[in-house]
Ligand binder design. Structure first.
Ligand code: ADP
Length: 202
């Protein structure tokens, strides 16, 4: 079974991803894959340098994110060009993870799942981690040192809570739960979906 996992910044999505892993899921972390591809020596860096010039690569050989952001900001053609490099490499990683999973369920942790019809089509079920916006802000400020305004700006650039919930097969409301209770919610959903899979196979 392919489970898509998403949630706004600070919702608790990464925490839930780890709890699914503890249940026995194989995890595909889209952010980690993107970071790896664009880190020094990453598979995407040489291709990006070829397409965009060495001005978008740091002296250490990693993608210069700030320079790249300036290049693609408001320029649809450049953005597509970058995606044309990254997407096939991400697809390759996805296939590797699926092969390694060998029939076990895979949780795809995709921050922009709601915004991406292609990703939504690739998964069998979608679970959304949701919480109040004030809680998102409080968690991220505590974790990252960003200001409340900066967090709210990131939130405004992402899908809204309502848009996420509209694509969800299940919602984990991560509000007023301690980590043990959150773990209980994840285990419950995991057990339910595994049982559904078994029934579907009978
Ligand atoms: P996201 O990946 O959605 O940005 P994280 O999973 O990193 O969010 O969670 C943000 C912060 O909030 C982390 O420091 C995490 O430990 C904490 N957190 C999330 N859910 C809970 C919870 N139910 N109880 C206590 N702390 C939580």
């Amino acid at each position: 079974m392919k489970i898509g996992l998403t949630g706004g910044i600070g919702s608790g999505k990464s925490t839930v991803a780890s709890l699914f892993e503890a249940c026995g899921a194989v995890l595909f972390d889209a952010d980690a894959v993107s970071r790896e591809l664009t880190a020094a020596g990453g598979a995407a860096v040489a291709l990006i340098a070829e397409a965009f010039g060495t001005g978008v690569v740091t002296p250490e050989g990693a993608l210069d994110r700030a320079a790249m952001r300036r290049r693609v900001f408001g320029d649809e053609a450049q953005r597509r060009r970058l995606e044309g490099i990254l997407h096939p490499l991400i697809a390759q990683r996805r296939e590797q993870v699926m092969a390694r999973a060998a029939g076990r369920s895979v949780v795809f942790d995709i921050p922009l799942l709601t915004e991406s019809p292609a990703w939504r089509q690739r998964v069998d079920r979608i679970v959304v981690v949701d919480c109040l916006e004030a809680t998102q802000v409080a968690r991220v400020v505590a974790r990252s040192g960003l200001t409340e305004d900066e967090v709210r700006r990131i939130m405004a650039s992402q899908a809204s809570r309502a848009q996420r919930r509209a694509v969800a097969d299940a919602v984990i409301f991560n509000e007023g739960l301690d980590l043990q209770e959150l773990d209980g919610e994840v285990r419950h959903l995991w057990a339910h979906w595994q049982a559904c899979e078994t029934m579907l196979r009978l």
